[in-house]
Design a protein around this ligand. Sequence first.
Ligand code: C5P
Length: 411
Amino acid sequence: MHILGNRKILLGVSGSVAAYRAPELARRLADHGAEVRSVLTEGGAKLISPLLMQAVTGAPARSSLWDAEAEAAMSHIELARWADCIVVAPATAGTLARLARGEASDLLSTLCLASTAPVLVAPAMNRNMWSNQATQDNCATLRRRGCVVVGPDHGEQACGDVGEGRMSAVPDIIAAVERAIDVSDQLAGQSVLITAGPTREPIDPVRFLSNRSTGTMGFALADAAARAGANVQLVTGPTALPTPPKVGRVDVITAGEMLDAVMKRVPESHIFIACAAVSDYTPANYSPKKLKRGKSAGSLELKTSPDILASVAELPGRPFLVGFAAETQQVEKNARAKLHAKGVDMVVGNQVGKGRGFGDVETSARVVWEGGGQQIGPCDKPEMARLLIGLIAERCGLEKVTLLRARSSAQ
Ligand code: C5P
């Protein structure tokens, strides 16, 4: 089921011209399986009809705190409890100010104050109103309290100005809602160490050996593990990716540096996920001077790089180990061979080659463990990461039970 399936979203619409896009947002949220109810501020109700919001959400739109009939059906406190997430889109400068001050002066601000659900705001206003320090301070206050501020985007505005202040696109708001509600406690209390990206093995000061890994999968796993409540350390080779929220990051370049960074952190880790595409070979002799172009081709002497995953597998009291197997053929067979060869608990086999497997693309995986296996995907990498983390949490829990049973029967 989609992350938004059966989730209860309260959509707050305030009085910006962008209110004309609120029905579209409500509709798209519902398309993903969400149950949507809407609340219009006084300004929002002047711009968009409550009847239209009712038609697209299937529930009466509310706008007053003092509506006896609506309160009898569901009080505003019940409505605040009902919501899994509150999305204020568009959020005007006035609404942001009310929320930042913690006001309960209208139905929407009261609901935001009374709810413990995540709150997202999608600001929409004139560019000068947006860049005004007062608005910026209000947004900073809201962010500090955990509210998610989505956008605004840059572009042409209803007033004729061009600049920052347009409400974010509907798919961007939906992606932010998905992120805000996609949290669990599956890995609460667990420390997860993840490697990601390629490594670079220097030949001389300007050249190196590397591979096509972008780090996307490892970063998605780090994000998914943090969302599952884990304490996450991400050891990454060179990538252009931003660090996911609540993830500790260690940047390395070579396989040797990655091994050192991992070994330092393994003793405090319950789970180690080796997702990096560690360069298998490293030049045997680094040239401190740039190698000159010769008349003949010449050859480069190589030595093997340290196998980080296998080194961790040899440690006494090692964490739960997950490896990856990027294969161009016979994915399951090769993944199982790697499970035994490296002595790990789980291997995620991926098909690569012919442009598949690298970067921001759809992927599928054959996950194997001793005595079992599961197919995941095809899906995008964030979804793959979410499903893998769920499976790791499940298998890891089972391992713990098996270990405990083995220990108690040995006593
Ligand atoms: O042996 P192969 O490179 O196919 O194994 C892939 C798995 O081993 C991945 O999980 C990768 O992160 C890990 N690995 C490693 N150190 C290496 C090579 C691979 O940790 N030097």
